[in-house]
Ligand binder design. Structure first.
Ligand code: AMP
Length: 331
């Protein structure tokens, strides 16, 4: 199979269970089946203005966690976005055909503008354009992402089509959002609302030890329990069941769903089981994180190899894109 698979993760902090189950786990499953590019979106993370130390630390952390989760840098192209300057140039060129109205209407922009009203920068507005550049630079067919990224993928398709129409070419392919297990998923947070996120304070991280995971899950928001048979679940309890359905066996899900329906459920038992099943997924990754983190020589080799492979593909695309636009040298 010659399909090109690409996906990235912002380096805004440690990877959480949502990142792993929604995205990274898919990368790991796909790496043997396609031509895979996985990257660390460090430019995207500058929209939140990290300090230089925090920025560098986060990039290292995500690189380590990608590797610990099972990405093989010999098989996949694993790189850091800022190591590939061609992406920035494609971003600039795509920006010429991206319109203020459509960017302002993007849900992720509106969300961010609401969450950080003191810092509504142009990087937030043009986030989907940079994402399109990330994807189109390698002509990706499939982009394994969580459900929250569907709209940005739609925009990447729009920018690809627009470029093709504008220059009368059939150059860029239209990438599709993809989940290895059929449906895109959204892992909710433990605070009873919304999705699990890096900055929401509602996450379980791959770097969390077993004790921390147990503590976080035992503290997850619930309600006072069902009192009428077959009653509708509150959002917070439904969230725990959503995670349970993804990490636990069908028997476990059936057991607790039954207990809920008959009002016999004890949330403490549900949480204990959920914690053990989450630990089963995270513990092996967690122990690899510690080993890889201290191996700077290995990390440097991986990053260099990834940058070289990614630049070869990116430089070819950029040369063709410039040529199509009419940017041709006089010397
Ligand atoms: P981000 O952490 O926003 O940079 O997202 C990186 C990747 O993780 C993207 O593919 C997202 O779709 C995915 N992702 C982030 N949060 C979640 C979540 N709560 N559930 C599922 N996927 C997620």
């Amino acid at each position: 199979m010659n399909e090109i698979v690409l996906s990235g993760i912002r380096s805004t902090g440690n990877l959480h269970l949502g990142n792993y189950l929604g995205a990274v786990q898919n990368f790991v499953k796909m790496q043997h089946a396609g031509n895979c590019y996985f990257f660390i979106a460090d430019y995207h993370s500058l929209t939140t203005h990290p300090t230089p130390e925090d920025h560098h630390k986060s990039v290292k952390q995500v690189l380590v966690e990608y590797l610990a989760a099972g990405i093989d840098p010999e098989i996949s192209t694993l790189y850091i976005q800022s190591d590939v300057p061609e992406i920035s140039e494609l971003f600039l060129l795509l920006n010429m055909n991206a319109y203020l109205g459509e960017l302002e209407r993007t849900t992720s922009f509106k969300d961010k503008a609401r969450k950080q009203p003191e810092n509504v920068n142009a990087g937030l507005l043009t986030y989907p354009v940079l994402m399109a550049a990330d994807i189109l630079i390698h002509h990706a067919d499939k982009v394994p992402v969580g459900k929250d990224q569907e709209q940005n993928l739609e925009m990447a398709r729009k920018f690809a089509r627009r470029y093709n129409n504008m220059y009368g070419v059939d150059y860029f392919k239209e990438p599709v959002a993809y989940n290895f297990d059929k449906e895109l998923i959204k892992i909710p947070g433990l605070d009873g609302t919304g999705k699990m996120g890096k900055s929401e304070g509602n996450g379980i991280f791959l770097a969390d030890d077993e004790k921390t995971i147990r503590k976080k899950i035992m503290r997850a928001v619930t309600d006072s329990g069902p009192t009428i048979e077959n009653s509708k679940m509150s959002e917070s309890v439904n969230n725990l069941f959503t995670i349970l359905k993804i990490v636990s066996s069908a028997d476990t899900v059936e057991f607790f769903t039954g207990k809920y329906k008959t009002c016999e459920i004890r949330y403490g038992d549900l949480k204990k089981q959920l914690a053990e099943d989450v630990i089963k997924i995270i513990a092996p990754i967690n122990s690899r994180i510690k080993d890889i983190y201290s191996n700077d020589e290995y990390l440097s080799r991986v990053a260099r190899m990834g940058a070289e492979k990614a630049r070869t593909s990116a430089a070819k695309t950029l040369k063709e894109v410039r040529e199509i636009i009419g940017i041709r040298k006089f010397y």
